[in-house]
Write a protein that binds this ligand. Structure first.
Ligand SMILES: Cc1cc2nc3c(=O)[nH]c(=O)nc-3n(C[C@H](O)[C@H](O)[C@H](O)COP(=O)(O)OP(=O)(O)OC[C@H]3O[C@@H](n4cnc5c(N)ncnc54)[C@H](O)[C@@H]3O)c2cc1C
Length: 492
């Protein structure tokens, strides 16, 4: 299948620009050989996908030059703004990205919104190849009445708030309620539940923003429900995150044994990872804990629970209509089996009182430039192994390529693959001929438009400032939240 599609793409999309068949003009091939060309490549987005693609290109082509454009003032995408502050080990990938950025064949161009400050077609004119790695920033709306009520947030915005994403710094959720409901049962849902329930003192030495920590210290949230449309066999979180929840200091789990009836018999058929995860869920739900664990749970002031077979139907307002007071859930049943099973409403509903609703039901990429094909249904750029369909010289990697699922390691693999396809095309002489101006042309455009990019050494100054601000409190850093202040620190 893949080779056939590739051939289709090759012939139909590139008919006009395709070089003559290999061998017919030796000088032509030579022109594109890795010996002759210093390919100018740009990557849009500085998250894991952008950095891993750049890393692959630099490693496997001795003279390739890669510019990484980023709309934020700072690099690293969701490693900085998504990964939870109490998971610092995950952020170690930043060290590798920093090595890449410090290469003299790589440059970081922050503070440039591609699609607004510079068009993709302008990048295509300046570079031999353009890789789109701009992630999946939109959240999936619930599309239910009451969604706009104060107290309802996307988990994405909530995460951005505690992780210092400038556009979410004004979020300041009201945590004076007793109960929070999280819709969705993936790792992001567990991240958010964990941050809400972790004793604030345990977060003090992380890079969580001081502002978020202040709000969490005052929080009165005691119960967090993590609600899924389907059953225990369809949860999307992984065992590490579940185990962390089960062992979270000062909390105890609430799982209804009735949700797990009959599961014991089916465990044997499950694939290995799903089996281990389900066993842990089942044990937690049905087995009596040992004396020590029972004592720990008895003294816990906070609880979290998984609610299955419930789909959000309506956010319920408080009597004065000014904020959320609960959520109406449709009771569902499953049609089909395994991960493909669908949740179908039974007609019954249940109202769950709560003062905070966080929806974590998925993300979506958005089109950033009308010239780039986009599949609105799948929320990705249509591509074949990273080659954007119908647009020679344009590639994609990461969440915008394969959708917003998968951890950093998955993103790494798919980004290396995109890098490999690009280099294959370069070698085969399929990329535009002749020298390209690269950043020189874009710099002129940006300066005419009043855009002042931030370089990697600028970031290193901001980084040093953040690290120094964190020192007093024993934190790895205190993130800068105000873009104007950041630019001021850079003398702009
Ligand atoms: C809340 C959360 C927690 C997570 N925790 C973990 C974890 O603990 N461990 C793990 O392995 N994975 C985790 N992941 C998954 C991981 O973050 C993703 O797999 C990975 O970040 C996807 O990489 P990406 O480069 O495609 O997207 P992103 O990381 O989103 O990077 C995209 C970049 O493109 C930039 N951009 C967007 N639009 C433009 C534009 N128009 N112009 C220029 N730049 C633009 C963005 O600002 C961003 O920097 C988490 C994800 C989320 C949402």
């Amino acid at each position: 299948m893949a080779p056939r599609c590739w051939r289709w793409w090759h012939w139909s999309a590139w008919r006009r620009t395709r070089p003559p068949p290999a061998g017919s003009t030796p000088s032509f091939r030579q022109q594109f050989s890795t010996q002759e060309q210093a390919p100018q490549i740009c990557v849009v987005g500085s998250g894991p996908a952008g950095f891993y693609t750049a890393q692959h290109l630099l490693k496997h082509h001795p003279r390739a030059h890669v510019d990484i454009y980023e709309k934020q003032l700072v690099p690293f995408g969701l490693v900085r703004f998504g990964v939870a502050p109490d998971h610092p080990e995950v952020k170690n990938v930043i060290n590798t990205f920093t090595q890449t950025a410090r290469s003299d064949r790589c440059a970081f161009r922050g503070n440039v919104v591609v699609g607004r400050d510079v068009a993709v077609s302008e990048l295509q004119a300046a570079y031999h190849a353009v890789v789109l790695s701009y992630g999946a920033e939109d959240h999936q709306a619930l599309e239910i009445p009451g969604e706009e009520l104060p107290g309802v947030f996307s988990a994405r915005a909530f995460v951005g708030w505690y992780n210092g994403l400038p556009e979410n710094r004004e979020l300041v959720p009201d945590l004076s309620c007793d109960t929070a409901v999280i819709l969705g049962q993936g790792n992001v849902a567990l991240d958010v539940a964990r941050i809400l329930l972790t004793p604030a003192g345990h977060l003090e030495k992380t890079d969580i923003t001081e502002a978020a920590l202040g709000v969490l210290r005052q929080s009165r949230v005691k119960t967090v429900w993590i609600v899924g449309r389907r059953g225990p066999l369809q949860v999307a979180f992984t065992i590490k995150e579940l185990r962390e929840m089960i062992q979270l200091p000062g909390t105890r789990p609430m799982l209804d044994p009735a949700d797990f009836l009959g599961l014991q018999d089916r465990i044997k058929e499950l694939p290995r990872q799903r089996k281990r995860l389900t066993e842990l869920l089942l044990r937690t739900a049905t087995e009596q804990p040992g004396a020590e664990e029972a004592a720990r749970q008895a003294s816990a002031a906070r609880t979290w629970g998984l609610r299955f077979f419930r789909s959000p139907q309506q956010v319920l307002p408080s009597p004065d209509g000014r904020r959320v007071a609960g959520i109406r859930l449709a009771v569902t049943r499953l049609e089909g089996v395994g991960e493909a099973a669908r949740a179908v409403p039974t007609g019954d509903t249940e109202d769950l009182p709560c003062g905070l609703v966080l929806s974590s039901v998925g993300y979506k990429s958005r089109p950033i430039d009308p010239s780039v094909p986009f599949d609105p249904k799948l929320g990705v750029i249509p591509n074949m192994e990273g080659r954007v369909l119908g647009v020679p010289g344009l590639y994609c990697s990461g969440w915008v390529k394969r959708g917003p699922t998968g951890v950093i390691a998955t993103t790494m693999t798919d980004s290396f693959l995109t890098g490999q396809m690009l280099l294959q095309d370069l070698k085969a002489g399929l990329l535009p001929s002749g020298p390209r101006p690269g950043y020189a042309a874009i710099e002129a455009l940006l300066s005419g438009r009043g855009v002042q990019p931030v370089s990697f050494s600028d970031w290193e100054k901001l980084d040093a400032e953040e690290v120094s601000r964190g020192k007093g409190a024993g934190k790895p850093r205190e993130k800068l939240l105000d873009p104007r202040e950041m630019l001021r620190l850079l003398g702009r």
